[in-house]
Write a protein that binds this ligand. Structure first.
Ligand code: NI
Ligand code: MN
Length: 225
């Protein structure tokens, strides 16, 4: 499993030649100006919630690639009405896709579309690939529901928001890492806007002091699991 950070909360995940994009918000992210949205591959697009900073590039990418949008019922319906392919889910539900099992799990946040219309309830994803399992938390507060995840899935990586203000910050992300029983964390949802700028060295040191590993990728950089 290869995971590429496209800035903010945008990820590319490749599992056995299947390309998955998560929360594509790239074209308006000045920090990601070196990423060309028009060449990104996507067989599936996973969306955690309906906020602009998670769905901005969905239509353009899906119309070009015919990618299937996977999200909650309201978000998938919204994009199906625009002619995109979709697979609706809801919290607690899982489905076996060609690349692995996806479960839509709880997040504490909000989920309106940019025009204010209802985007369902926000979520995160657990993905059980052929060999590796990951948790993509989405935008969320620290929540006790995270403790449910390791009851069913042994995680190899937890992807957690760390920017604070709109989501968990570093200290809560460390607790979240305890809750999901995974000490290997990829941080996301930081630095994009002034509200969520973080001190990278301090963040890494705080994780290190708890015997945990916080990875922060450059935009466009990948890690292999
Ligand atoms: Ni959000
Ligand atoms: Mn967000």
């Amino acid at each position: 499993m290869k995971i590429t950070f496209y800035g903010h909360a945008s990820l590319g995940i490749t599992i056995n030649d299947v390309n998955i994009l998560v929360d594509p918000f790239i074209s308006a992210n000045e920090k990601a100006s070196h990423i060309n949205v028009d060449t990104l591959k996507a067989d599936y697009i996973l969306l955690t919630h309906a906020h602009q900073d998670h769905i901005l590039d969905v239509e353009a990418i899906a119309k070009r690639t015919n990618a299937v949008v996977i999200s909650n019922f309201e978000i998938v319906s919204h994009f199906q009405n625009k002619g995109l392919e979709g697979h609706p889910m809801n919290h607690g539900g899982s489905w076996d896709f060609e690349f692995g099992m996806v479960k839509y799990v709880n997040a504490i946040h909000t989920s309106s579309f940019p025009d204010g219309s209802y985007g369902g309830q926000p979520g995160g994803f657990v993905i059980e690939g052929e060999h590796k399992n990951i948790y993509i938390a989405g935008d969320t507060a620290l929540t006790m529901d995270m403790k449910l995840i390791p009851m069913q899935t042994k995680l190899d990586l937890a992807i957690l928001p760390i920017g604070d203000n709109f989501t968990m910050g570093i200290d809560d992300a460390i607790l979240a890492s305890d809750f999901v029983e995974c000490d290997k964390v990829l941080g996301y949802h930081f630095d994009t806007f002034g509200y969520i700028e973080i001190n990278h060295e301090e963040a890494k040191r705080k994780f290190f002091d708890k015997d945990k590993d916080l990875m922060l990728l450059d935009i466009g950089e990948s890690l292999e699991l």
